[in-house]
Design a protein around this ligand. Structure first.
Ligand SMILES: C[S@@+](CC[C@H](N)C(=O)[O-])C[C@H]1O[C@@H](n2cnc3c(N)ncnc32)[C@H](O)[C@@H]1O
Length: 389
């Protein structure tokens, strides 16, 4: 795997986050290179810059390596992207005192004079980002959006024009283009929240724009909900919680439980928290709230005092554009290490992903609790001795 980023006289060593992941994926793509090359060609001077959707900090490190005090507001929804950016700054001997962080719901400050953006996979989220930018950017602010040529078409340019200002695409370079949009200074309304009922469980779910399964229950989540384990559990982790549906239902089934929701997406954690509150899942008889919300990469920063006896997991099989099973691996390993002896990890997955092989390797056991043509529900138990063998 290449780690040497070399564009427009800028040389950096960049890795994805976590750097030791079992994947062969690069930390940047040709659209990042194209954006930096474009800035060099137009001789862009240092300016208050918003960098949006920078996967692992290639854009921020490149700007900072050209001018150490380039003022950058970094907008990201992914914890792995924030951690990866910080890691790549350190790895290249750069100080990150020029960075300010924005989550994917905050409005960028009015002082922004330049925006660098990567086109995200989720177009609803992209529209939401454009609408938020429209609320902050002064007329004539340039917004450069890097994307693969195959993702750019007339409809996309019209969408950008509609939600932010007129947009045109550059010539192709390494199968990418840079779209130039000039903000028209007219603020657009933000999207309304989407919510829908899951009638059979008496739950109402809402999703922010970058949350998995936009306005319906995922099929994998549905099978998981129909096959939650019997018994009592007192500390439950919903790992990769999305809108929190698994943890919300778990609280209904195991009413005395503390439920920890964990997701890489800040919008997912916010949606899970809103759904917990909207469905009134805290037991008012108990002295403290029982829902806990963690924006994190798997269980990396979960407090040592949290020792779950049940982890529920519907793992992702991609990171951004890249198809990968390294996150599922990390989720299973983290669950194994965090579970108390005798605790259970229950996973749902597409049958062909072969998660049972991974679970057997880690836990030395795995049973199939349910299956249909496409999905399997797998259970693995941490040995009561807690031994690693
Ligand atoms: C297949 S979705 C499952 C969502 C929800 N649990 C459900 O069943 O509908 C996988 C979730 O994992 C999250 N995720 C991806 N990478 C992660 C990571 N490194 N750490 C924590 N969560 C992650 C995604 O943001 C997404 O919400």
């Amino acid at each position: 795997m290449t780690t040497q980023f070399s564009v427009a006289d800028i040389e950096l060593s960049l890795s994805r986050y976590p750097a030791n992941q079992v994947s062969n994926l690069q930390a940047w793509d040709a659209a990042d290179e194209h954006l930096i090359k474009h800035l060099k060609e137009i001789e862009q001077p240092k300016a208050n810059t918003a960098v949006v959707n920078d996967s692992f900090g290639a854009l921020c490190t490149a700007l900072t390596s050209s001018e150490a005090d380039w003022p950058i507001w970094v907008e990201t929804d992914a914890k792995t992207s924030q951690l990866g950016t910080l890691h790549n700054f350190s790895a290249n001997g750069l100080s990150y005192t020029n960075l300010a962080w924005l989550n994917s719901r905050e409005l960028p400050p009015k002082c922004i004079a330049l925006v660098l953006m990567k086109l995200p996979k989720n177009l609803n989220y992209f529209v939401h980002q454009l609408q938020r930018l429209s609320q902050s950017l002064a007329p004539d602010t340039p917004v450069y959006i890097g994307a693969k040529t195959k993702a750019i078409n007339k409809t996309l340019l019209e969408t950008i024009t509609k939600h932010l200002g007129p947009a045109t695409a550059s010539l192709a370079w390494k199968k990418t283009r840079v779209i130039t949009c000039i903000a028209d200074g007219k603020p657009r309304a933000l999207p309304k929240e989407v919510s829908w009922p899951v009638k059979e469980f008496n739950l109402t779910i809402s999703n922010l724009s970058n949350v998995f399964a936009a306005n319906k229950l995922d099929i994998g989540a549905r099978i998981m909900l129909d096959n939650l384990p019997e018994g009592q559990f007192d500390t439950i982790v919903d790992l990769g919680c999305g809108n929190g549906i698994l943890g919300l239902r778990a609280k209904q089934c195991y009413p005395n439980a503390q439920v920890h929701f964990v997701d890489d997406s800040e919008m997912a954690i916010t949606s899970a928290k809103q759904n917990w509150q909207a469905n009134k899942l805290d037991d008012p008889e108990q002295p403290q709230p029982q829902g806990h919300f963690h924006w994190d990469d798997c269980l990396t920063h979960l407090g040592d005092e949290v020792k779950p006896d049940l982890v529920l997991c519907n793992p992702p099989f991609h990171q951004g554009e890249a198809i990968t099973d390294h996150i599922a691996w990390q989720m299973f390993l983290d669950a194994y290490h965090r579970l108390r002896p005798g605790g259970m990890l229950q996973v749902v997955g597409n049958r062909h992903l072969g998660y049972h092989v991974k679970l057997k390797r880690i836990f030395k056991n795995c049973t199939t609790a349910a299956a249909n043509g496409k999905f399997v529900i797998l259970r693995a138990i941490k040995s009561p001795q807690g031994a690693d063998k």
